[in-house]
Every structure is written in C-alpha cells, then in structure tokens.
Ligand binder design. Structure first.
Ligand SMILES: Nc1ncnc2c1ncn2[C@@H]1O[C@H](COP(=O)(O)OP(=O)(O)OP(=O)(O)O)[C@@H](O)[C@H]1O
Ligand SMILES: [Mg+2]
Length: 303
C-alpha cells in the first residue's frame, strides 16, 4: 500500500469511528482499566475465567478481584454474561449441562474449582438471591429454618421433642434475627405461620434474602434482585443491601444504572462478547470512565 492510500484510510477512520453491530465503538481494552486496587482484603478472585456454552464463548478471560464487606455491581447490556459470571462464583453453572468453565475462582485464596470441593458447603458460604422471588410454598418461619434444618443445625419435630433435643427456641431466635436483618420482621412478626406465598412481591424478595442469611453465608450473590419490584419495595431492598455490606460481601447484577451508582462501592462493566472492560470505584466509572465504550454505554448510546 502506498503512503497516500494509508493516509486516506486513516482519514476515513477518524471521520467515522468503526462500530460493532451492537453500536459499540471499536476499541482495545487496556489491562489497567480492570486492574482495580483497593485497601482491605479480597474475598473472591477470578483469574482468566472463560465460560463456553457449546461453541458460544460467553465469558472471555475475566480476571477480577472482589473486596470483602462491600457491594460490587456488575453492569452491561443484555447477553454480555453478567449472570453467567455471577453463577461462576458459587459454581451454579455446574448445573447447566452445556456450560464449560476454564480458569480459576478463589474464595479467600482457596480454589473453588478444584476436585473435592463440597458444593453444598460452598453454596452455604456463597448464597444466592434470584431475580424473581421464589419462596418455598411453606410458612414464613419454615422458609427461614428449612436450610439450617437440612444442614442439621436445627433439630425439630416429634422425635427431637421426645428425645429432649428440640431446638424450637433456637429456631425462633434464628427466624427473628434473619427477618430483622432483612428488614421484614415488623411486617410479618404476627403471622410467621402463614404461607409465604401470601406476602407481596417486595416482601417475598426480602424473605428470600432472609432465607439466604439463615445459613450464615459470607457472600451474597444477587441477580437483579429488585427488577420485578415497585419503587418503594426497590428502595427497601437497596437500603438493605447497603446495610448488609457491613457484614457480608455483596455482588449484585443490575440493569438499573442509577441503582448501581446508588448502592455499590465498585462497579464492573461487561460489554458484548463477555469481556470485562472496566472495573473500579463506582464514582470513577460513572463520572470519568477510561473506556469510550463504557462512557457510551453509561450515557445510553447503546445497550
Ligand atoms: N443456559 C444457557 N445455555 C446456553 N447459552 C446460555 C445459557 N445461559 C446463557 N447463555 C448465553 O450466554 C450469553 C450470556 O448470557 P447471560 O445470561 O450471562 O447474560 P446477561 O448479561 O446476564 O444478560 P441479561 O442482562 O439479559 O440477563 C448469552 O449469549 C446467552 O445466550
Ligand atoms: Mg442476566
């Protein structure tokens, strides 16, 4: 190619930035954009994490360090892999037959993808709350105590009573503590034996959070926990998430950018193709991102 041709091509490029089919500007992601440094301990670390569904490469080489006792928001356009990444953090993708995972995820430095990891124990430490509230069709009380009973932490029923080993008091304490922590106690304390399906959507979601707290987790993964709720219920969940981060590490997927800006300490932006493009303090990401694509996404130019 002659010199003039090269110049012409370059001129053409600068006139009209190349765009992907999703409307994103083409851009090379720089390693420093995702190299998030923070004070304090890291709780979860992914290294070169890849997820494939058959031939579909849903998560591409994601390395990310998640700090303890804080809220980390995962944002990005639909289909960019947020839920897939979140599910990797407690091996929920193991349940999806087509999914293949390469790379590493460590919980406090321990590899969760090594052989012999007890998945029940892992999911007890890393709990999950889903998009639509899914309480068990049981009483409010039983929704909370079901997990601890299954793990043998609470003994109840006729046999336990006959043997003098009934943990009824312990159960009452647990139910109250979890409902209080989930900011639901005052609304339900007089009807603990009513069916949970009789609660409103926002109450059901707080019950699901209370249920997740009952097994004493260290991390709470939340996939759009407020997307099905009205603004008042949403604001209750947001306040709650903020408070929970004093004692728990919260990782939350949200489509709502104002919500991410309001409740999270740090934000990770995934873009089309399952790539982590930028990760840093939430204020920095929303006010002054490094990546043009992130800037375009946040200002609503695509996605
Ligand atoms: N169980 C599955 N089987 C096959 N492909 C899947 C499965 N789950 C997700 N995918 C694919 O992986 C990619 C990422 O999906 P994922 O659900 O993680 O995106 P997302 O960012 O959570 O999107 P949304 O914002 O719409 O919830 C998509 O291309 C999707 O079609
Ligand atoms: Mg999703």
């Amino acid at each position: 190619m002659s010199e003039t041709e090269t110049t012409q091509t370059e001129e053409k490029r600068s006139d009209q930035p190349l765009q992907t089919t999703a409307g994103e500007t083409e851009e090379e992601t720089r390693p420093e954009w995702i190299d998030y440094r923070f004070d304090g301990k890291s709780k979860l670390t992914s290294e070169s994490l890849d997820v494939f569904y058959g031939d579909d490469h849903a998560i591409k080489g994601v390395s990310m360090d998640i700090p303890e006792n804080s809220v980390t928001a995962l944002i990005g356009p639909s289909g960019c892999g947020k839920s897939t990444f979140l599910r990797c953090l407690n091996r929920m993708n193991d349940r999806i037959k087509a999914a293949r995972i390469d790379g590493s995820v460590k919980l406090e430095g321990e590899e969760i993808y090594q052989d012999g990891v007890n998945l029940v124990e892992l999911r007890k430490r890393v709990g999950m709350v889903f998009q639509s509230p899914n309480p068990f069709p049981k009483s409010i009380r039983d929704n909370i105590s079901y997990g601890p009973r299954k793990h043998g932490d609470i003994e109840k029923g006729l046999v336990a009573k006959l043997l003098g080993r009934s943990d009824e008091e312990k159960e009452d304490e647990l139910v109250e503590r979890c409902l209080r922590d989930a900011a639901l106690w005052d609304e339900v304390k007089d009807r603990l034996d009513d069916n949970a399906l009789g609660l409103s959507g926002g109450q059901q979601q707080r019950l699901c959070i209370a249920r997740a707290l009952a097994t004493d987790p260290e991390v709470l993964l939340m996939d759009e926990p407020a997307s099905a709720l009205d603004p008042i219920a949403t604001s209750k969940i947001e306040d709650l998430i903020h408070k929970l981060s004093e004692d728990y590490t919260v990782v939350i997927v949200t489509h709502n950018m104002q919500q991410a800006a309001r409740i999270s300490d740090q934000t990770a932006v995934f873009l089309t193709g399952g790539e982590l493009v930028e990760y840093g303090d939430t204020d920095k990401i929303f006010e002054n991102p490094e990546s043009q694509r992130v800037e375009d996404y946040i200002s609503g130019k695509f996605g």
